[in-house]
Every structure is written in C-alpha cells, then in structure tokens.
Design a protein around this ligand. Structure first.
Ligand SMILES: C[S@@+](CC[C@H](N)C(=O)[O-])C[C@H]1O[C@@H](n2cnc3c(N)ncnc32)[C@H](O)[C@@H]1O
Length: 178
C-alpha cells in the first residue's frame, strides 16, 4: 500500500512536493494520525492552497475523501479531483456553505492574528472527533495564544534539525457527550 511519505516522494520528483516534507517535517505526523482513515469517505479542508501541491498529496493519499482548499488568492490553480474555494478564511460566514469536515489544516498566512481569526471562523466546521492542525508555529508567543483557543498539543520538530517554524499544533474536537 502506498504511504503518505512514498506518495510525497513521487510528487516531489515531479516538482509537486509542497514544503510539508522539505522545509518541514510533518509527513510522519500526518501518516501516524491519518493512516487509519485513509480509505474512509472523510472530508478534509486545507486553508492555504498556494500552487496546490498539498491538495495533490491529500488527493493521492486518501482513496475516498473529499478534499477542499480555501485560498484568498484568486489566481490559485484548481487541482483535479479537489474543490477550490476562493476567499478569506478569516471572514465571517465564508465557510457557511461548506458543511462539516473531519480534518482541517491551517496552512494559511501563519500570522497569529490570522490563525486566531481563522480558528474562530473554521473550527465550528470541524465534526466532533475531527482533527484540527495549525502548521508553522512561528514563535512561543503565538503558541501561547493558540493554546488558549482549545486543548492543543504541540509537536516541535526543531530539535531534530527543523527550521525555526518547524512546529505544529493539533487538537481533536470533543464529542458532545450526549
Ligand atoms: C504556505 S501557503 C500554502 C501552502 C500549501 N498548503 C502547501 O502545503 O503547498 C499559504 C497560502 O495561504 C493563503 N492565505 C493567506 N491568508 C489567507 C486567508 N486569510 N484565507 C485564505 N487563504 C489565505 C495564501 O494565499 C497562500 O497561498
């Protein structure tokens, strides 16, 4: 079976790697938390598409998922088999028609004010039990702000040689308990 790391290597060789496995060290993390739902009909949303390379990775990895990207840049390219929404993820109501997601990745501007505003707008679209990831934490003060938003766990790849912002935070949305 293809692994996320193996698919990434193929895409990288084709010039479509994204920075998730080059400047950053996120692939083993994602493989670890997402392998069990690889064949499930999950819905995944990534904030920040750029040239579409991470959407290509998700599209190839997930067999039955719906993959959606949001980007503020109207020139963002569409990736086959994915849905692209052009808009500002901080904007109230922008995600109102998008429904609920099982996995949400914030790889947008990484500016702390934006990350907080995106969380306020997009986290309500995370299904109970779903995974929310904030990538590229730029400094400790930003991490402190995000810890106040939800019960985030930080994964810091800098000690193993990662660059200054090679750290992410993740949380799983609680079930209502009803
Ligand atoms: C780091 S790049 C995304 C890289 C991509 N996820 C990947 O792994 O290849 C960040 C993108 O976020 C977009 N962006 C920045 N602020 C945004 C916002 N408020 N709403 C939506 N997209 C935003 C930028 O236009 C840019 O394309």
């Amino acid at each position: 079976m293809d692994t996320l790391i193996g698919i990434y290597a193929e895409l990288l060789a084709q010039g479509h790697g994204s920075d998730k496995g080059t400047e950053h060290s996120y692939l083993p993390f994602y493989e670890g938390v997402l392998a069990s739902v690889r064949e499930q009909p999950i819905r995944l949303l990534e904030i920040g598409v750029l040239n579409g390379d991470s959407l290509r990775l998700w599209r190839r990895y997930f067999v039955a998922a719906e993959v959606v990207g949001i980007d503020i840049n109207p020139d963002t390219p569409l990736v086959d088999g994915t849905t692209l929404v052009i808009g500002d993820a901080r904007q109230t109501g922008m995600a109102v028609d998008l429904g609920q997601f099982d996995v949400i990745v914030d790889d947008g501007s990484h500016a702390p004010d934006d990350v907080v505003a995106v969380f306020a707008e997009i986290f309500p679209h995370l299904a109970p039990g779903g995974l929310y990831v904030i990538e590229d934490i730029e400094h400790d003060e930003a991490a402190r702000r995000y810890h106040a938003l939800a019960a985030f766990t930080e994964v810091d790849f800098r000690p193993s040689g990662g660059q200054f912002n090679d750290r992410l935070m993740w949380t799983v949305k609680a079930h209502s308990g009803l």
